[in-house]
Design a protein around this ligand. Sequence first.
Ligand SMILES: Cc1ncc(COP(=O)(O)O)c(C=O)c1O
Length: 367
Amino acid sequence: MNFKDLMRQHLKDLKPYVPGKPIEELRREKNIAGEIIKLASNENPKEPFKEIRETIIEEISLLNRYPNSGCHYLCEDLAKHIGVDPDQIFVGNGSNEILDILVRGFVRLDEEVVYPFPSFIAYPLIIELAGVGDVKVPLDNYRLDLKSMKEKITPATKMIFICNPNNPTGTYVSADEVNEFLQGLPDTIIVVFDEAYYEFVTADDYPDTIELLKSRDNLIILRTFSKAYSLAGLRVGYSISHPDLVKCLHMIRQPFNVNRMAQAAAKTALKLSGKLKGRLRENSEQMEFVSNELKTLGFTVPPSQTNFLLAIPPLEFETGIVEKLMERGVIVRGMNPFGLGEESFRISIGTPSENGRFLKELKEIIS
Ligand SMILES: Cc1ncc(COP(=O)(O)O)c(C=O)c1O
């Protein structure tokens, strides 16, 4: 039976999301016995804090019960943490789920989503899945080009994604640029600020989108526990927006979309801001170190405000760097699917020893 023929027409050619290669898969494929390090998915290299692990263990005995369906208590804690009202918060099975709910819920079949490219690889997938219009706007010098994005707005535009900082380039757009972008924008367009890497940002002129929300109803800000908080495996992200928008999101979401352990762990994570700061500092220091090393080797490395770097090799370099790193047990993310060329790759910042190992293998490959 050709099940593809039975599929909805607009989904037949959809290419599934390809995640960074899991360690076990690489070990099996390449028969690698030694240590494999994964620096491919912008995960935190550190395990979740002890307090979070203990919370999860406590929660296990309650798993016979469904979780709180609207994440009521987590919303209360998040609201306090951020300084907004609890009815402005919505929690999703990762911020990815919220992106999907937004597009499916708001963008009609004859309407469009404007978004940057290359950017988060899930955007085009979510848009295609919903069968709505797709307007990709190329980056300018590895940065979001907000001027061009604004020029692409038509009466059909319903939603705009602003990935800030941008994955996979790590670059950010400033408060001034965002203010200019929002100037005169119709309030029927929903502007989604995807701030998955918010906690890593150190730039003084990064926009305060929570402040912007006080004077504009058509904004929604997405953040996540997946990256800085080391909880990618639990799937918990959240949004901050106007309460009426939150009500619509609740209408569309699946019941019990965020599991019990994720809700409990996220609540504990919010109490550990002090400890988190130490990890964020280490990330910044390591990122500067890896970035400088890559530049010394001749790579172009856009300045990053995240926990990853984009590395673009000079033309004269050895080909197949990504594959060769894999063969040596170092998993990075090749940038072909992002349209950044076969030889470019994105590398997540690991522990100091993982970063050292990556650089050692890379130097051997290109020497
Ligand atoms: C820019 C961006 N947005 C959203 C996400 C999704 O994060 P989550 O794990 O919360 O679904 C990612 C994950 O890589 C990302 O890079």
